[in-house]
Design a protein around this ligand. Structure first.
Ligand SMILES: Nc1ncnc2c1ncn2[C@@H]1O[C@H](COP(=O)(O)OP(=O)(O)OP(=O)(O)O)[C@@H](O)[C@H]1O
Ligand SMILES: C[C@@](O)(CCO)CC(=O)[O-]
Ligand SMILES: [Mg+2]
Length: 384
């Protein structure tokens, strides 16, 4: 039997970085998914990992993984546990033995997260594991969270901690407490990749839709607005862990100024969630609200610039969209990656086409995605 789990990426509508420091953010899932498939094997004694998006394959013998990790007493699938620094060093040994290419070394933490979640949840069972994603990796759309959530979901589906109806056909969802367990394990994986994640990305990937997130607590937001965003990938590579660490360093150098900025960001997030929950009584009301959201995005972007996470490529997208009187902000950790441009209902397809073309002339890639769909889902294939 093969188990497949898929988890969505996300956009942060307001509040990235501030949320790491206990201030509110608002985020939404998007209909682009990361998919993990796991097939347990009895004919082989290896754990094989195929990372299709980054073109890397790994194969560890179960004996070797046990040698390095069995003292930890795994599996402990019902008790999400943090990976210690010492264990990360052991995981690095397992990865180094497979001669990780130097040029892709930034991606190694994802493999550490895989090994940690795999052995903690399933123990030492041979399997072939494959991942592929519709999300750009490391571009602000929550690829790391979608990776950790879909992996945790597939592993838990094979563990004793979750009892699913494996005869179900097609995609099915977890119940609330199972989803909570998936989310907690995914957070442990995110910690290995990010260093200090707030938990917003794994929560929105697990539960889907629009959420508000503050100090580790998620609140569902019932959005009543037809939101449309153009997502532009500047294709400038960046690393969430480094950007989050830089903001923390700036906060310790300028605690008062940073506190004011982060409070201002929280006010923007709160206003965002109030506006999208309100019911538009007519077109005039809707376009007034769209205008307000555009202004909030401009203000949020200005504050993100002030905390040092914008980038020349992001500013380029802002300037270009401004020519079309459209508001934009970075999404996710910034430093490159993706930018959101609000597409109000009145804007014509022709204008959007021109903007996309102009952004394309800089080498950027723009696309739209469905906003606010389902969270993590699971399916079982008995055909082999
Ligand atoms: N499909 C994938 N295959 C392999 N590794 C992945 C995949 N998706 C994510 N990763 C891991 O996640 C890391 C990227 O995470 P990072 O947090 O830097 O960016 P992001 O999650 O896309 O953006 P943000 O956190 O700003 O939303 C990669 O370096 C890799 O370790
Ligand atoms: C930059 C950040 O706020 C959002 C990344 O999508 C980090 C986090 O919340 O973990
Ligand atoms: Mg991430």
């Amino acid at each position: 039997m093969e188990v497949t789990a898929r988890a969505p990426g996300k956009i942060i509508l307001a509040g990235e970085h501030a949320v790491v420091h206990g201030y509110t953010a608002v985020a939404s899932s998007i209909d682009l998914y990361t998919v993990f498939s796991i097939r347990l094997r009895s004919d082989d004694d290896t754990v094989k990992l195929k990372l299709n998006d980054i073109g890397l394959d790994f194969s560890w013998s179960v004996r070797r993984i046990k040698e390095v990790l069995s003292h930890l007493g795994s599996p402990f699938s019902s008790t999400p546990t943090s990976c210690s620094l010492e264990t990360i060093k052991s995981l690095a040994t397992l990865v180094d033995e497979q001669s990780f290419p130097e040029t892709k070394i930034g991606l190694a933490s994802g493999v550490y997260a895989f090994l940690w979640l795999y052995t903690s949840i399933l123990g030492f069972k041979p399997a072939t594991v494959t991942v592929s994603s519709e999300l750009p990796v490391g571009a602000g759309l929550g690829s790391s969270a979608a990776y950790c959530v879909s992996l945790s979901a597939a592993l838990l589906a094979l563990s004793d901690s979750v009892k699913l109806d494996v005869s179900q056909k097609g995609w099915s969802t977890f119940n609330e407490s199972e989803a909570e367990l998936v989310n907690k394990w995914a957070f442990e994986g995110e910690k290995i990749i990010h260093g200090k994640p707030s938990g917003v990305d794994n929560s929105v990937s697990t539960f889907g839709n629009v959420i508000k997130f503050k100090s580790g607590v998620m609140t569902r937001v019932n959005s009543n607005m037809p939101l449309r965003m153009l997502i532009t990938n500047t294709k400038v590579g960046r690393d969430t862990k480094a950007l989050v660490a830089n903001v923390s360093a700036r906060k310790s150098r300028h605690p008062d100024a940073m506190c004011s900025v982060l409070n201002a960001i929280e006010a923007i997030s709160d206003e965002w969630s109030t506006i999208i929950q309100s019911h538009a009584v007519d077109d005039l009301y809707l376009s007034a609200n769209e205008e307000k959201l555009g202004e909030l995005m401009e203000m949020n972007q200005g504050l993100l610039l002030s905390i040092g996470v914008s980038h020349a490529s992001i500013e380029n997208v802002l300037q270009t969209s401004m020519k079309y009187k459209l508001a934009s902000k970075l999404t996710g950790a910034g430093g490159g990656g993706c930018v959101l441009t609000l597409l109000p209902t009145h804007i014509s397809g022709e204008v959007i086409g021109k903007l996309v073309e102009e952004l394309g002339s800089f080498g950027f890639q723009s696309f739209t995605a469905g906003i606010g769909g389902k969270g993590v889902q699971i399916s079982f294939d008995h055909s082999s």
